[in-house]
Design a protein around this ligand. Structure first.
Ligand code: GDP
Length: 424
């Protein structure tokens, strides 16, 4: 059976913690999209970790961690991360990398930087990890698959073609130094050495594992609203963030994905530019940012302060629907204990009409939030382990959200730690 853990919002919902938790009862954990551009923060018995490319299951010795074909594979990052966790005392994880995964090249990262520079104020707020240039190359069929590292001759031929094209842009659009075929080949040889021990026909491995009844967890990065098709295009990421894409990006049959745990944040946060209807500003936002997450709402990869907002029921309901959520994990609820009242965005006013449906970006730009205000619970709910022990107003907030989402909230997270969770 396959379970997917995905985000309903703009990312940073706390998926890492939920994956880490559910990883305990899984055999295999797979990253199926994205790259080392986003981060999961995990707090466990070994310490606090920011993972960018490794699946969150690397902390268990009974699980196999997989980088699926859909991932933007940054090989040096992968190796730095493995080294980093081993250095902190975590046992060497079992890792497999799909032979069909494609490689993020140093020139992808450069192109990302150059393009952000060129766009200046109009940039997409990229993390400059090369993700957009990487996926552009993948679909332009000039990407490099891990499997191609093992045939030098045809690889060189490909690299010559890549350099030819890229150097035109480097010279004439960006006015930057040209790529050298020999240097690119040298990098690829180093990458081959680093990745070789882990290379695997992942879809075949998963096919056999599923036949044996193994439990597979698909770990999504970012959230529904950053999906290139269903999100706030163009302020989206470059690979699909949806559970449905898990079938493609891991190489498993779609019908095997039975459980879609959709992580919803009890308030809103976003990094980078893009539409964000329930965004708040000033001191109100600063306070939520300071108190949010585990030690404040700052990007795990970039350290950038996240944009903050109230819970957006319109966006979150849509986010759950487009994921095909079978259940919701509601996170960071403990953060809200300081508020006298909690505004919840229950509708968008667009051209004088109120809608509860999440629109396309052009309409979204005009949307103004319509709030319903719920009373706060004014207490610290950390340490509570049973739903009935939560303050009444806190339960009312959860039940209000559940009704708006139309999906059962089966888990409530009331702290960053692995065991700080209330099951319903
Ligand atoms: P992800 O990308 O979805 O995994 O989210 P991040 O890890 O970037 O952001 C979630 C942040 O919130 C991390 O710092 C977590 O340690 C923290 N976190 C997760 N769940 C909870 C929770 O229930 N309460 C609090 N206070 N922090 C949480």
């Amino acid at each position: 059976m396959v379970t997917a853990i995905v985000g309903a919002n703009w990312g940073d919902e706390g998926k890492g913690k939920i994956t880490d938790m559910l990883g305990e009862e899984s055999d295999i954990i797979v990253r199926f999209q994205g790259g080392s551009n986003a981060g999961h923060t995990i707090v466990n018995d070994y310490g606090k970790f920011a993972l960018h490319i490794l699946p969150s299951g690397v902390f268990y010795d009974h699980t196999t961690s997989i980088i699926g074909n859909g991932v933007a594979l940054n090989i040096p990052d992968l190796f730095k991360e493995i080294q980093g966790i081993v250095d902190q005392g975590v046992p060497m994880p079992k890792i497999k990398v799909s032979d069909r995964a494609q490689i993020v090249m140093p020139y992808h990262i450069l192109f990302d930087q150059y393009e952000e520079e060129r766009l200046a104020g109009k940039s997409f707020g990229s993390t400059k990890s090369g993700i957009a240039p990487f996926y552009s190359d993948k679909y332009a069929k000039t990407g490099i698959q891990v499997s191609e590292l093992f045939d030098e001759e045809s690889l060189r031929e490909k690299v010559v073609g890549i350099c030819e094209k890229k150097n035109v842009l480097l010279e004439h659009l960006y006015h930057k130094p040209a790529l050298q075929v020999d240097e690119v080949m040298e990098t690829l040889r180093e990458y081959r050495k680093m990745v070789e021990p882990y290379v695997c026909d992942v879809s075949a491995f998963l096919f056999e594992a599923l036949k044996e009844g193994k439990r597979v967890l698909l770990e999504g990065q970012l959230g529904s609203l950053k999906d290139p098709d269903h999100g706030i295009y163009p302020m989206v990421t470059s690979s699909s963030t949806l559970a449905g894409y898990g079938a493609v990006g891991a190489g498993v049959p779609p019908y095997e994905i039975k459980r879609i745990v959709t992580v919803v944040k009890a308030y809103s946060s976003a990094v980078g530019a893009g539409e964000f209807v329930s965004e708040i500003f000033g001191e109100e936002a600063d306070e939520l940012r300071r108190r949010g997450g585990d030690g404040g709402e700052y990007g795990a990869t970039t350290g950038r302060p996240r944009r903050m907002g109230w819970f957006d029921a319109v966006a979150s309901r849509y986010g759950c629907r487009i994921q095909g959520a079978t259940e919701v994990a509601l996170t960071v609820l403990d953060v809200l204990g300081y508020l006298d009242e909690l505004p919840v965005c229950v509708g968008y006013e667009i051209d004088g009409k109120v809608t509860k449906d999440f629109p396309t970006t052009s309409q979204l730009k005009k949307a103004k939030p319509v709030y319903e205000v719920l009373p706060g619970w004014k207490s610290d709910i950390r340490g509570i382990t049973e739903y009935d022990k939560l303050p009444e107003n806190c339960r009312k907030y959860i039940e209000f959200i559940e009704k708006e989402l139309g999906v059962p909230v089966k888990m409530v997270s009331n702290g960053p730690g692995r065991h700080e969770i209330i099951h319903r």
